[in-house]
Design a protein around this ligand. Structure first.
Ligand code: GLU
Length: 482
């Protein structure tokens, strides 16, 4: 990047599947860099592989990025629409002698590959067509013989200062004269990427480590096309807890899955930001503006990042607790409506009560689904009783019945349904029974919610209100009697 120019970065996914969390991480780092340093973040859909690219994948990429809030500047660039320029660049390279036509057929190349393998040698194109006389080339082209275009790799070493890895060098002798244009005239990945990155004025190419071996080829293409080089940054791979490359075996890897599991986009972004970057110290929880503020190239890491789903869930819990209630409401309400706990109109009518409920439930929740699960008892006529909670807290049905009856009586006498009177009532009940207050609260908790965990007992009683609370105890007594 030359100083004074605005950095231009891009995310260049191939639309051959859903938006993978690894792709989202790459998109995020590009986006963070652009936002932090006043640059531009562009989106290019690399749809040149017509057989594997689908509109559905393209839509999933847009949806995932929009959900995450990783919005791109300018219109989307579709690589497939740039075929003519790719071909023109290949022609430029042919004209300057930086590339040549190769007439070797796939069958011939295969045979040579097998032969090399039988000698236990690595196969590399033997440059057979590199020195064909010009008139022979012209004659074979005129005769309609198919050919590919290969880049003539010069001698020497190709090196660059990677933003993450510092100096990386590849001896050119290890790079074969690679194909840039197929026999059907379509470009190979490296040519299409370089041609597009030049045309889009990209100054920083930030992508996964798995592209490191493409970079020397791309640098050679930039030079041969007379273009200035961007800065390269290769981000570390993401591994599962077992140290293997993250894949479906490790659980959900699609951004869309996390959206449907009830994760907050801000929490997923926070989690992804730490996969290959650290703001320094032991800082972990960050909002998006904080991530932009703290982002620095120094914090980019070389070593593989570990994807720990439990940490993601924990992080989501932290974000659930800290986002404004208005935002939480926007995320939770659709899930409450889908779970048929209430309609939107009902929630609007009881807005203050509903916001208090959300504030109460988020404390013990790690996901939006947790909130919805805990919300059930506040809306439903009948609840289900968690068998584990029942086994633990209503161990002896006779005892539990007696205690709940006494609890109901004590509560029924509380006319001012507030923490203090409720607390006095329940604590004196415990005292008169010669048991700890917890022994009174636990069976009551199960009676009210059916759940093993819930907010504090008094907050819960107040949130449910007098009628619903007493009604729940009656129902629990009926269940215990069966
Ligand atoms: N389309 C490539 C991929 O999805 C990315 C190319 C690049 O970033 O240079 O892996």
């Amino acid at each position: 990047m030359t100083t004074g120019t605005r950095p231009r970065l891009r995310f260049a996914p191939s639309p051959t599947g859903y938006l993978h969390v690894g792709g989202a991480r790459t998109a995020l780092f590009n986006w963070l860099y652009a936002r932090k340093f006043g640059g531009e973040f562009l989106l290019r859909i690399e749809d040149t592989d017509k057989a594997r690219s689908t509109d559905e994948s393209t839509r999933a990429i847009f949806e995932g990025m929009e959900w995450l809030g990783l919005l791109w500047d300018d219109g989307v660039v579709y690589q497939g629409a740039n075929l003519e320029r790719h071909q023109a660049d290949a022609k430029k390279l042919l004209d300057s002698g930086a590339a040549y036509r190769c007439f070797c057929t796939p069958a011939e190349l295969d045979a040579r590959r097998r032969e090399a393998e039988s000698r236990k040698e690595a196969f590399k194109y033997d440059r057979r067509c590199e020195r064909l006389p010009r008139d022979e080339v012209e004659r074979r082209v005129a005769a309609g013989e198919p050919y590919v275009v290969r880049f003539r790799v010069p001698e020497g070493t190709t090196e660059w200062d990677d933003m993450v890895h510092e100096r990386i060098a590849f001896p050119n002798k290890d790079i074969e004269d690679f194909v840039i244009l197929r026999s059907d005239g379509t470009p190979i990945y490296n040519l299409a990427v370089v041609s597009d990155d030049i045309a889009m004025g990209i100054t920083i190419v930030m992508r996964g480590d798995d592209h490191i071996s493409n970079t020397p080829k791309q640098i050679l293409l930039y030079r041969a096309l007379g273009a200035s080089l961007p800065t390269f940054a290769h981000l570390p791979m993401i591994h599962g807890l077992d140290g293997k490359k993250l894949s479906k075996r490790h659980g959900a890897t699609a951004v869309g899955d996390y959206q449907h599991y009830g994760l907050l986009p801000g929490a997923l972004l926070n989690f992804l930001a730490l996969l290959g970057w650290s703001p320094g110290g032991d800082r972990e929880i960050m909002t998006v503006p904080e991530m932009i503020e703290l982002f620095s190239v120094d914090g980019l890491q070389k070593k593989a990042a570990i994807f720990d789903p439990q940490k993601l869930e924990w992080m989501n819990g932290q974000h659930l607790s800290m986002i404004p209630l208005e935002e939480l409401e926007l995320r939770v309400t659709p899930a409450i409506v889908t779970a048929r706990l209430a309609t939107e109109e009902e929630l609007v009518e009881r807005r203050d009560w509903y916001f208090r409920l959300l504030d109460l439930l988020r404390v013990r929740s790690r996901t939006i689904d947790d909130i919805v699960r805990q919300a059930g008892p506040y809306f439903l006529e009948n609840i289900e009783y968690d068998p584990v909670a029942v086994a633990k807290n209503w161990k002896d049905p006779v005892e539990a019945t007696a205690l709940l009856r006494a609890t109901r009586e004590a509560l029924a006498q509380v006319s001012d349904w507030q923490t203090e009177p409720l607390e006095t009532a329940l604590r004196s009940l415990a005292e008169s029974h010669g048991i700890s207050a917890g022994k009174v609260f636990q069976p009551l908790r199960v009676a009210l919610t059916g759940l093993p965990v819930s907010p504090g007992i008094f907050e819960m009683l107040i949130q449910m209100g007098r009628d619903l609370s007493l009604n729940r105890i009656d129902k629990a007594l009926a269940v215990l009697a069966t």
